[in-house]
Design a protein around this ligand. Sequence first.
Ligand code: PMP
Length: 372
Amino acid sequence: TRNSAVAGLDDLPVRDELRGKSPYGAPQLDVPVRLNTNENPYPLPEPLVERIAERVREAARDLNRYPDRDAVELRTELARYLTRTGRYEVGIDNVWAANGSNEVIQQLLQTFGGPGRTAIGFEPSYSMHSLIARGTGTGWISGPRNDDFTIDVPAAERAIAEHRPDVVFITTPNNPTGNAVPAEAVLALYEAAQEAKPSMVVVDEAYIEFSHGDSLLPLLAGRPHLVISRTMSKAFGAAGLRLGYLAADPAVVDAVQLVRLPYHLSAVTQATALAALEHTDTLLGYVEQLKQERDRLVDELRAIGYDVTESDANFVQYGRFDDAHAVWQQFLDRGVLVRDNGVPGRLRVSAGTPAENDAFLDAARELVKFVG
Ligand code: PMP
C-alpha cells in the first residue's frame, strides 16, 4: 500500500521544468541474459573481493570520523593510473573524484552551467547529460550528428557559434552509438567553443578503455577549459561502487570544490576504489577479453545481415528495424534483455560473457527477419 495524501508528484509544487518528466529508467528486469546497461559481465575476482573486505574493515574502525574530504590517497592513485595508461602525466591536482561520473557531470554543470546558462550535446548521446542539465537548471541544446552517427563537425561548429553554450559535451566512445570521436574533431570543437565564449568542453570517456584508440588525455596540455571525465563503472567492472573521476587543469579541480558536498565520497567508497586500483592489471585483462567479444559481436551481427555501427565501446548498436521497440520485446521474449535507447530503428547490446553473447546471437539469428 502506498500511503499518500496526493494523487501524484504533479500535485506537488515541483519546479516547472520537471513537470511531466520521467526519471532515468533502464529497466532492471530479472532475465537470464542481461545486456542492457553496458555493465562489465565479470564479477570482481576473489582476491580483489578479499582485499576490498580488508580495506573496508580498516576504514570501518574510523567510521566515527568523517572521511578524507579531499580523497588524497584515492586521487593520487587515480592520477597514477591515468599517467600509466594515458600517455600524459597528471598529478593529484589534476584529478577530482565523485560518486560515479554522473556526479562528476553534475558538479561540472553546477559549477559552469546553471540558471541562465546552456550546455550542448550531439545527439543521440548519453541521455544523462541533458537530464543533469535540466536538474541543474541549465538550458539544453541538442546538436546534430550525421546519418552514420559521427559528429557533423561543421554543423557542430556553427551550432556552437550560434548558441554560445557554456558547456560542450563530447562523448567518446559515444553512448548509445558506440563510435569514437577523432581527436581532430574534438580539437575543432574546442577551438569553436573558445572563440564563441569561451566555454568548458567536457569529454566523457566513460568507455575509453574499450577503444581501439587512445585517451584524449594528452589534449589537456595548454587547454584549461578541457575536462576529461572517466569512471570505474565499466572497465574496472565496478558499477556498484559508484566512482567517477575527472582530469583537468588544477583550476577546474579547485572550481568544482565550490559545489561539492562536504565529505561526498564515503570512507567505504574510497577504501573500495583503492582496493580495485591495486588490481588494475587483472581488471584490464578482462577489458581485453571484452574488446574481443565486442569485435566478435560486430562481425557476427554484420554476417547475419544487420546494419551495425562501428564500436569502440563495450556495446554495439544494430538495426535497422521498422519498429525497434517491438524487436526489443522479441529479444526479451527469448530471455535476452537489450536496450532500446529511442534511436529510431536501432537497438543496443552490451558485450557480455562469451556464453551470454552466444545466447544473444542465437536470438539475433531468429530475429533478423525484422530487419527493414
Ligand atoms: N557517461 C557515459 C557515456 C555513460 O554511458 C555512463 C553510464 N552509463 C556514465 C557516464 C555514468 O556512469 P557512472 O555514473 O556509473 O560513472
